[in-house]
Design a protein around this ligand. Structure first.
Ligand code: ATP
Ligand code: MG
Length: 578
C-alpha cells in the first residue's frame, strides 16, 4: 500500500480524553475513531491489526477442535428469562424493543443462544463433545467506559462454548481451551499470567482469567513467589488470624465514651489499642429487580482488614448491582445503626455477615450503635451472632499465602480472556439434555471461554510502545515493513524505493511505501507512531545502491545494500510472524 493513497490521519497532539498509552497512541496513529462514549470504529491500520489477532485466535481455536459459527448480536428476551438472567444481569444489559414492543438485548455474551442451539440439535451422547465459537461485536452498557478499547460499550469478543457428557469431559475441554489461550496470547506477543478468578455474572464453578501484566490494568492479582498460587484479589482466599487461646478470658462488655471517633483510626487512637482489636462495620442496602430497597446488610471485618465486595455478594448470592452502600439515615431508622458508631451487638432487621476470623477473636472493640460511644470486650457468641460467617477479607500484599503461608505479592494486569467451567448452570434451567447409552437423560455439562479481541489489541500496545509511538510485534502489526522514500521527486530514490517495495510484496511481506510529499521528519515520526516493525529508508545513498535499515524496537540503524535490506526484512518477517 502506498501511503499517498491511504486513508490515514495521524495526530500530533494527545487527545484530551485519553489517559493511558494504548488509548492515546491508537487515537494518535489514526487506528481507531471514537463515535460516542465507549463506542469506537476501526480505521484501515487498526482494522488490519484486529484481523491479525482474530486470525491467530481462529487458528488456535480450530486447532483445538472448536468450530466457528456466527449468531446474531440481537437476542430475544425470552431466552434470557429462561436462564434467569434477564433480571439478574442488571443495567449493563443493553435492552431494546422492536416496533411491536417485544424485548430484545444486544448480546453481552451468548450462553443462552448457544445452549438453545445445542438443546435443539443434540440429543444423544454420540453427538458430544462439541465446541462452538464465534467472533463478534458484544454490547455492555458499562457504567464507566474508559481507556478506549480497554473498557468500551461495544467491543469484539471471541466467545466459545463447550458441551460435554460429564465433568471429566468438561475438564478436558477446559484444559484444551486453557492451552489454546496460552498459545494465542503468546503469539500476540503478550506477557501474561493465567490466574484463578471469580465467576461473576457468567456463573459456574471454576475459572481462570488470562491477565496481560500492566500497571494500568484493572485486575489486581495476588501471587506467591514460593508456590504457584495466583488469583485475582477478588477471588483469593485469606488465611484467618490465629484464634485467641481458649484460656483468654472473655471480659465483661463495657460501654465507653468515644466522642467524635467515627473511623477505625480515630477510635483505635483514642482508646490506644491496635486496629486489629477493633471490628469494622460496613453497611449496605439491597435492591429488588425494580431497583427498590428491599433489605439491609451489615458486614463486619477486623478493623485493619478491607472488605472484599465480591466475597460479600457471593456469600449473599446476589449480583453486584443489587447492593450498594446504605443511606445512613434510612438504615438507622430500620436497623438501629448509627453512622460511624455501628457495631454488631444491637442491630436488628438486617442480614449480619461476619468475617470468619472475628468468631475466634476475643475482647474486641466495636461501635455501640449510639452516637459517640463504643463497646469494649465484645465477643462473638456471647454478645452477637451472625446470619452468615465467611471469609470477607481482601488478601493484602504481605498477608500469608493461602496455599503455603509465604508473604503474598500483588501486581496489576489487564484481563484479556477468561475461561469458565459452567457445569449445568445453563443446561439445567434451559433443558439442554442428552440420552446416554442406556437411554437415561442427563443435562449437558458446559464450559465457556471468552477473549476480548479489541482489549487484547489495546493490551499489546500497553506492553509495546515508547514515547514516540507503538512498537508492534510482527505477528499483529498492521504492516510488517515501511519503505520511507525521503525525496519522492528524486528519480533514483524513487526507482529504488519502488524496487524494494515490489520485491517485498512479491515475497509476501506486508509493506507500506511512504511516497507522500512530506518532509522526511514527518515521515519518520509517522513511521514511529504507527509502529511498523521494519523501516527501510531510501535517501541520499540510493545511487550507490545503499539504504538504511532499522527495526522499530532497536535504536541502531544499519547501512545495507538494497539486496541485503530486502533479504533481512524477509527473514525477520518469516522468523517472527509465527
Ligand atoms: P471485566 O471484569 O473487565 O468487566 P468481564 O469479566 O465482565 O470483564 P467476560 O464476561 O469474562 O468479561 O468477557 C470476556 C472478555 O471480554 C474479557 O476477558 C475481556 O477481555 C473482554 N471484555 C469484557 N468487557 C469488556 C469491555 N467493556 N470492553 C472491552 N473488552 C471487554
Ligand atoms: Mg471476565
Amino acid at each position: 500500500m502506498k501511503l499517498s493513497k491511504m486513508h490515514l490521519r495521524t495526530l500530533r497532539e494527545v487527545p484530551t480524553e485519553a489517559e493511558v498509552p494504548s488509548h492515546i497512541l491508537l487515537l494518535r496513529a489514526g487506528m481507531i475513531r471514537k463515535l460516542a462514549s465507549g463506542i469506537y470504529g476501526f480505521m484501515p491500520m487498526g482494522w488490519r491489526s484486529v484481523k491479525k489477532i482474530e486470525e491467530i485466535i481462529r487458528q488456535e481455536m480450530d486447532r483445538a477442535g472448536a468450530q466457528e459459527i456466527l449468531m446474531s448480536a440481537v437476542q430475544p428476551a425470552e431466552l434470557w428469562e429462561e436462564s434467569g438472567r434477564w433480571s439478574a444481569y442488571g443495567p449493563e444489559l443493553w435492552r431494546i424493543k422492536d416496533r411491536n414492543g417485544r424485548d430484545f438485548c444486544l448480546g453481552p455474551t451468548h450462553e443462552e443462544i448457544f445452549t438453545d442451539i445445542i438443546r435443539n440439535d443434540v440429543s444423544s451422547y454420540r453427538q458430544l463433545p462439541q465446541n462452538l465459537y464465534q467472533i463478534q461485536h458484544k454490547y455492555r452498557d458499562e457504567a464507566r467506559p474508559r481507556f478506549g478499547l480497554m473498557r468500551s460499550r461495544e467491543f469484539i469478543m471471541k466467545d466459545a462454548y463447550s458441551f460435554d457428557k460429564d465433568q471429566e469431559g468438561l475438564d478436558k475441554s477446559y484444559e484444551d481451551m486453557y492451552n489454546a489461550y496460552d498459545r494465542i496470547f503468546t503469539r500476540c506477543g503478550l506477557t501474561f499470567r493465567p490466574v484463578e478468578a471469580d465467576t461473576g455474572a457468567i456463573g459456574g464453578a471454576g475459572s481462570h482469567e488470562f491477565t496481560a501484566l500492566s500497571e494500568i490494568g484493572e485486575s489486581e492479582i495476588a501471587y506467591c513467589e514460593n508456590c504457584d498460587m495466583a488469583a485475582t484479589v477478588e477471588r483469593a482466599a485469606c488465611v484467618d488470624a490465629a484464634p485467641d487461646a481458649d484460656d483468654v478470658e472473655m471480659l465483661p462488655m463495657e460501654e465507653v465514651h468515644t466522642p467524635g471517633t467515627k473511623t477505625i483510626e480515630e477510635v483505635a487512637g483514642f482508646l490506644n489499642i491496635d486496629k486489629s482489636k477493633t471490628i469494622k462495620a460496613l453497611l449496605f442496602e439491597r435492591y429488588d429487580d425494580d431497583g427498590n430497597v428491599c433489605g439491609y446488610v451489615a458486614a463486619f471485618v477486623r478493623g485493619d482488614r478491607e472488605l472484599n465486595m465480591i466475597k460479600l455478594v457471593n456469600a449473599l448470592d446476589i449480583p453486584e448491582h443489587a447492593i450498594a452502600f446504605a443511606d445512613e439515615e434510612k438504615m438507622g431508622a430500620a436497623t438501629g445503626s448509627v453512622g460511624g458508631f455501628t457495631g454488631p451487638t444491637k442491630l436488628h432487621d438486617c442480614t449480619m455477615v461476619v468475617d470468619s476470623e472475628l468468631v475466634w477473636l476475643k475482647n474486641m472493640c466495636a461501635g455501640a450503635c449510639k452516637e459517640d460511644h463504643h463497646l469494649i470486650n465484645v465477643n462473638y457468641g456471647r454478645d452477637y451472632s451472625a446470619d452468615i460467617i465467611t471469609d470477607l477479607k481482601v488478601l493484602q500484599e504481605g498477608d500469608p499465602c493461602p496455599c503455603c503461608g509465604a508473604p503474598v505479592k500483588h501486581t496489576r494486569g489487564i484481563e484479556v480472556g477468561q475461561v469458565f467451567k459452567l457445569g449445568t448452570k445453563y443446561s439445567e434451567p434451559m433443558g439442554a439434555t442428552y440420552m446416554d447409552e442406556n437411554m437415561d437423560e442427563h443435562p449437558i455439562v458446559m464450559g465457556c471461554y471468552g477473549i476480548g479481541v479489541t482489549r487484547t489489541l489495546a493490551a499489546v500496545v500497553e506492553q509495546h510502545h515508547d514515547d514516540d509511538g507503538i512498537i508492534w510485534p510482527i505477528a499483529v502489526a498492521p504492516y510488517h515493513a515501511i519503505v520511507t522514500l525521503v525525496k519522492p521527486e528524486d528519480e533514483v530514490q524513487s526507482r529504488v524505493a519502488e524496487e524494494i517495495y515490489n520485491a517485498l510484496m512479491n515475497a509476501g511481506v506486508e509493506v507500506l511505501l511512504d511516497d507522500r510529499e512530506e518532509r522526511p521528519g514527518v515521515k519518520f515520526k509517522d513511521a514511529d507512531l504507527l509502529g511498523i516493525p521494519i523501516r527501510i529508508t531510501v535517501g541520499k545513498m540510493a545511487p550507490e545502491g545503499k539504504v538504511e535499515y532499522k527495526l522499530r524496537r532497536d535504536a541502531e540503524k544499519q547501512e545495507l545494500t538494497i539486496e541485503e535490506a530486502i533479504a533481512n526484512a524477509i527473514a525477520t518477517v518469516r522468523r517472527e510472524s509465527v
